[in-house]
Design a protein around this ligand. Structure first.
Ligand code: ZN
Ligand code: ZN
Length: 231
């Protein structure tokens, strides 16, 4: 297990500062490893199977500082499809062992804010008391933990990353099996009425600057061919 101080340093580098919520996040991730018996942060790759290095799935209930701490402590990331954000506006997270189906939800105790002062008597204010106190408090005083059962199956959450469909209304591509069938028509969630936006007006895309900056991909930047690569 990587020590707390080391994980906090990594989180602070990513986040450009250290704050109490990152400490909570890192400690939530570390505790999840102990509860599920997983060696966290999980390795980037593990031998065997397409799910190598993706055994732990973390569902965070808010974006922001805590989620950075959790990501560093677990090595779960949105870009790897091992972290999902369900924005309930709570510093809370559920950690799912996708191999066994076991899931634990961890949330800081409401009293922990006040308790932190006792563990950091030298702190000059509330913020510093939490920053230091959260690093020193025992898990059992800091967190409440519950075993939970997911309401959506792990298979549905993970889905098939290669799957593709086309929305019968807007014509946009839908990946990861997120389409909805309605009266025999394939729909994206937006067209099915779950949209977070209302389309107002198509606007012209501004022309690309004459000489776009070279972007190196991997080791060598591709030579300019005049042919635009597919995205
Ligand atoms: Zn922060
Ligand atoms: Zn659509």
């Amino acid at each position: 297990m990587i020590p707390l101080a080391e994980l906090l340093a990594a989180s602070a580098t990513l986040h450009r500062h250290l704050c109490p919520r990152q400490v909570l996040g890192v400690r939530m991730g570390m505790l999840a490893g102990r509860l599920l018996g997983l060696d966290l942060p999980q390795a980037d790759t593990q031998p065997g199977g397409p799910s190598a290095g993706k055994r732990l799935l973390t569902i965070v209930e808010t974006d922001g500082c805590a989620s950075d701490g959790i990501a560093v402590a677990t090595n779960c990331w949105v870009g790897r499809r091992t972290m999902r954000v369900k924005d309930f506006g709570k510093v809370a997270a559920t950690f799912v062992d996708t191999q066994t189906g076991r899931a634990v939800r961890i949330v800081p105790r409401r009293e922990s804010r006040e308790l932190a002062r006792r563990y950091a008597p030298e702190a000059k204010g509330k913020w510093e008391a939490q920053l230091l106190g959260y690093q020193r408090m025992p898990d059992e005083e800091l967190f409440r933990v519950r075993r939970v059962a997911l309401t959506v199956s792990i298979d549905q959450i993970l889905s098939r990353p290669g799957a593709k469909a086309i929305c019968g209304i807007c014509g946009e591509e839908i990946v990861n099996e997120r389409e909805i069938m309605h009266d025999g028509t394939t729909l994206c969630r937006a067209c099915a009425g779950q949209s977070y936006y209302r389309p107002a007006l198509d606007i012209p895309v501004p022309a690309t600057p004459a000489r776009p900056a070279d972007i190196s991909i991997g080791k060598a930047a591709p030579a300019a061919t005049g042919v635009s690569a597919p995205y």
